[in-house]
Design a protein. Structure first.
Length: 496
């Protein structure tokens, strides 16, 4: 630790965001460009170099956080980048998108604000690109073995990069026209500009990974045929089967899934469309679902010029501090958090009928009503108690010209036929069944990421990709692998 007293003398300081009025007028990332480097070294000084770094256990990647905090405090960017990339293929993704369970597990967080681990990680990744430390790492020799990776989200990309670097010939199959999965079309530009993704793809191509876009395995190419072409197959299609809201009026037009809405806004940013056919411009928007996807819809609707935006969360408003009895340190607590989108909605007062940040907590949707043309016009809701039981006398209706359902995902989508054509066994909850080696019931076929684990965080997706790559490498080489395996299929986040 460069400064033994840093955690006592330096207060926490986060990467500042651009003013709300400025950032809602564009799609650029919300943070002030160049404002992180001047503060990040002193923030890294706050790391205590504690005897048992629980941040390691809180992070499924096993990131070497105290080590690169020390190196950043000394501004040794090359060494910091080496230590960071030793455990994480895409730290610029996690540094922007991960909710940072590592910070919840920071020992300093027991009685002080945690170290800004996420900001330090992002600074190292960006600095590594700027200084030319992040370069392609092609293998010294090829193994002669071939692998198909189905899906190009964070799990598929991590698995493909690890296997390519191990010397195998890897092709990634993506059903969309561009690589990236939800990183490309699900994450709004203001949370992560797609240049971050594109340069990683270019790095992987220079290392030897091949990409096959606009190819849905099971539809455009038979799953069994693909299996016959390769020595191993990794299924990393994600959990894209969205959850529905079965209430009266769901059939009205103007009610859409979040993942029908967000990709169109991203395509506008990509230049494919002049305007989204589901644009929120001038509309009263209601988002059903209180998670990150709902917040992404909120920030997108604000930028599109919605007349109003309200987000419904069925859970009660959480407290400002950790409940030590229910969620003791170092677990990840459910506390009140103000995302950039909620900050924007609050300052712009997008939802006069809601709380200050556009959210209505402890609110459950009863039904939708529409006009004579069959278009939704109102969402009827009721307040609920902690057991989600309606509270008498709390029902009301709010205007809704566009309703977005952000209720999460139940498992992999089966419409393309991939699962049925291969005859893959499924778990009762709909995810792909696998054993301790990430192997499915079909020889040579492995499953990783949300398709097998269920809906999770990006840091778990990357950890799954790295771990399944080690399992595939062992399968191809006869039982040994030098690739790291940070998690097993049965590992779960720390919980009570």
């Amino acid at each position: 630790m460069a400064d033994p007293k840093g955690f006592m003398t330096t207060p926490r300081q986060d990467w500042p965001r651009r003013p709300v009025e400025e950032r809602v007028g564009d799609w650029d990332e919300v943070y002030v460009p160049g404002a992180l480097l001047p503060i990040v070294s002193r923030q890294a000084d706050r790391c205590m170099d504690c005897g048992i770094p629980f941040c390691h256990d809180a992070c499924p990647l096993g990131n070497l956080i105290p080590e690169w905090n020390d190196l950043v405090s000394r501004e040794d960017w090359r060494a910091a980048a080496e230590r960071l990339h030793a455990t994480n293929n895409f730290p610029e993704f996690t540094g922007r998108l991960c909710p940072a369970p590592c910070e919840a597990g920071c020992v300093l967080a027991i009685n002080q604000p945690a170290v800004t681990i996420k900001n330090v990680e992002c600074a190292i990744a960006d600095r590594s690109w700027e200084l030319g430390f992040t370069t392609p790492r092609p293998p010294d020799r090829l193994s002669g073995r071939t692998v198909a990776v189905i899906g190009s989200g964070p799990t598929g990309l991590a698995a493909a990069q690890q296997l390519t670097r191990a010397g195998h010939t890897v092709a990634v199959y993506e059903k969309d026209d561009r690589v990236g999965g939800l990183l490309r079309y699900g994450i709004p530009e203001f949370k992560m500009e797609k240049r971050q993704l594109q340069r990683r793809i270019e790095q992987m191509e220079a290392e030897g990974t091949k990409f096959r876009t606009s190819t849905a395995v099971g539809r455009d190419i038979g799953a069994a045929e693909l299996r016959s072409r390769y020595d191993a197959v990794v299924i990393a299609t994600g959990a894209t089967a969205w959850r529905e809201l079965d209430v009266p009026g769901r059939e009205l037009s103007g009610i859409h899934q979040a993942m029908e809405y967000l990709p169109l806004a991203n395509r506008v940013c990509e230049g494919d469309l002049e305007a989204s056919p589901l644009s929120a411009a001038g509309k009263h928007v209601v988002i059903v679902g209180g998670g990150d996807t709902g917040a992404d819809c909120l920030g997108t609707a604000v930028r599109e010029g919605a007349a109003s935006v309200t987000q419904l969360d069925i859970y009660a408003k959480p407290g400002e501090e950790r409940d030590e009895d229910a969620e003791p340190w170092p677990t990840y607590p459910k506390i009140y958090r103000l995302s950039a989108a909620h900050e924007e909605a609050g300052q712009l007062r997008t939802a006069p009928s809601a709380d200050a940040d556009a959210r209505l907590f402890a609110a459950s949707t009863l039904r939708f009503t529409g006009d004579r043309a069959g278009h939704v016009r109102y969402l009827h809701l009721v307040e609920v108690d902690s057991n989600r039981r309606p509270l008498p006398g709390t029902g009301r209706a709010i205007p809704a010209d566009l309703v977005l359902l952000a209720l999460g995902f139940s498992g992999p989508d089966r419409q393309d036929g991939l699962i049925d054509q291969l005859g893959l066994a499924l778990e009762p909850r709909g995810t792909i069944a696998r054993d301790a080696d990430f192997a499915t019931n079909v020889p040579g076929v492995f499953a990783a990421g949300d398709a097998a684990r269920g809906q999770s965080l990006i840091v778990w997706a990357i950890a799954e990709g790295r771990a399944v790559a080690a399992a595939v490498d062992r399968h191809l080489t006869g039982g040994t692998s030098r690739l790291p395996a940070p998690i097993s299929p049965y590992d779960r986040p720390m919980a009570v």
